[in-house]
Write a protein that binds this ligand. Sequence first.
Ligand code: CAA
Length: 383
Amino acid sequence: MPKLTEEQLMIQSMVREFARRVVAAGAADRDRTKSFPGDVLKQMGELGLMGMMVPLEYGGSGADAISYVSALSEIAYACAATAVVMSVQNSIVCESLLHFGTPEQKQRFLVPLANGEVIGAFGLTEPDAGSDPVSQTTTAERDGDSYILNGTKRFITSGKNAQTVIVTAKTDEAKRHKGISAFVVQKGTPGFQVGHVEDKLGLRASDTTDLIFENCRVPAEQRLGAEGQGFQIAMQGLDSGRIGIAAQSVGVAQAALDATVKYTQKRTQFGQSIAKFQGLRWMVADMAVDIAAARQLMLAAAAMKDRGENFTMQAAMAKLYASEMVNRVTAQAIQLHGGYGYTKDYPVERYYRDARVFTIYEGTSEIQRVVISNHIFKDQRKK
Ligand code: CAA
């Protein structure tokens, strides 16, 4: 496993200090009041955390994927709702524009996203198209120099607070995934509005919304990539996004473990600190091993990305293992806190609620297994 370089360690320690001082401070309150962390994200933009892997010339920090996942884990340690906004913006939004945008699109849309001036969102999922995005029904009909978009997107992270949204739509129904295209649409465009805002179990400070397009006219120069390339753009963006979910999982799990170690040392029962009971110490050991394994998978996938290798399967493995791991670890953290873990006096109930969606969004655990097994059988055929 790669040893972190001086620069990667420096970024990690800078973000850790910031996250524990600034991001953690209001996390419980934002969760309770469902308040978007706008001010915190602004400061994160100033620190270069909103477009970390985007080159400096496009307003980013030019960091590698290992630095990015280390930073994202630190933010998630402090506040998972803030981390998901950072994750979507850095991966599927900024990277899609970086890899598929024209020079003009990069200047106009990527620069303000990468430097954190505006928030971005990606609209792929629909009410009846989640795991199977090819079945989406949003359409984009060509009309002269524009496309007319019609349809509804669902469960869109940052839908309400995003200024710039990348949205996929069918430009040719008959061509299945090759008939899906992507468009960059900005708030304020006539025919584009935010719909229902979800009331969620966790990540309550991050907004998840419907996006509604009704005869929304989008200039053809705002199509991202070629006509029919939208599905590829989404899949490629999700590869990066999935390493990000692994990073969020590692961060939340580490926070749950640290809180548990602290609690068990303080809590006394049967005349001694409960941290002295071997049964409970072994639970703590299992939690630590689980987190370490997930961290290695996350770093391995990020290292492959940095080396320019295909990392689709490794991203799915990291996402699958880490998201399942954080659900185990946060449940154990509550168990070790006993009745107090079930109350809002301790942070572990929030970690437990926040982590629940990690096995669902950016591809369910079942979809990750599809991706992994498809790659295994494809590789086998080549042998
Ligand atoms: N990178 C680039 N291209 C890819 C790719 C990847 N990782 N995966 C597939 N493709 C390409 C394939 O090469 C193929 O192209 P060609 O025909 O040109 O060869 C094409 O896409 C179709 O591939 P498949 O036949 O494998 O596609 P499929 O329809 O069987 O679906 C799937 C594959 C893995 C099930 C995919 O649909 C999938 O990942 N589904 C889950 C979607 C998902 O993660 N949704 C979450 C939405 S985002 C979110 O959660 C909200 C948020 O804001 C956080």
